[in-house]
Design a protein around this ligand. Structure first.
Ligand SMILES: [Zn+2]
Ligand SMILES: [Zn+2]
Length: 186
């Protein structure tokens, strides 16, 4: 198993040379916006590092399974995150910056020749994290009145006559509810 942070081996400083590396990274937790992803197992990663002449090109993948709370019902569920690892490390600070890249798309290899893949692996996983994590697409969420998890069946509230206002799928009153009292002159 290769370390996620390592000194670039001498043979990789020859143009067109490439080497593959693979290992596991214990991440613990990852914050993605308001959501926290917890990894009970290390993340598997593998990359190929290629010397392009000007830079070391890092390409590979990272795969892990994390637990996150559903945004609707708040229950924890598991999600597989399988992302592409990409990095571009200029070999010299003095050379021209890559023409078709923004400043945040490449780095310069330090004098210590240490390559740290961890930020690339984290970025690869974060890109795959859903904006709104849902335990399932049709998660029924929580009752807006009593907080019961509606995935486990209807709550007592649904047995009572409601206020008759049209509700949206997440339980909120529809913005069109106000229209129902409008006299449209029919
Ligand atoms: Zn849910
Ligand atoms: Zn309820």
């Amino acid at each position: 198993m290769d370390a996620v942070k390592f000194e670039v081996p001498p043979e990789l400083f020859v143009t067109t040379e490439s080497s593959s590396f693979a290992g596991q990274l214990a991440l613990g937790t990852l914050e993605a916006g308001p959501d926290t992803y917890t990894f009970s197992q290390p993340v598997d990663w593998n990359v190929t590092v290629t010397n392009t002449g000007d830079a070391l090109l890092v390409m590979g993948s990272a795969r892990g399974t994390a637990t996150v709370a559903c945004a609707r019902c708040l229950d924890d569920f598991q999600v597989d995150l399988n992302g592409e690892v990409e990095g571009y490390f200029l070999l010299s600070e003095d050379g021209p910056a890559p023409e078709d890249m923004d400043d945040d798309e490449f780095e310069v290899l330090g004098a210590d020749k240490i390559l740290d893949l961890e930020p690339l692996i984290i970025a690869a996983l974060l890109v795959e994290a859903p904006l709104v994590p849902l335990c399932r697409e049709d998660c029924a969420g929580l009752c807006a009145q009593c907080g019961a998890n509606l995935n486990e069946g209807p709550c007592a509230c649904s047995a009572q006559p409601d206020d008759g206002l049209p509700r949206m799928s997440d339980g909120r009153v529809s913005p069109f509810a106000a229209l129902k009292d409008l006299d449209l002159g029919e």
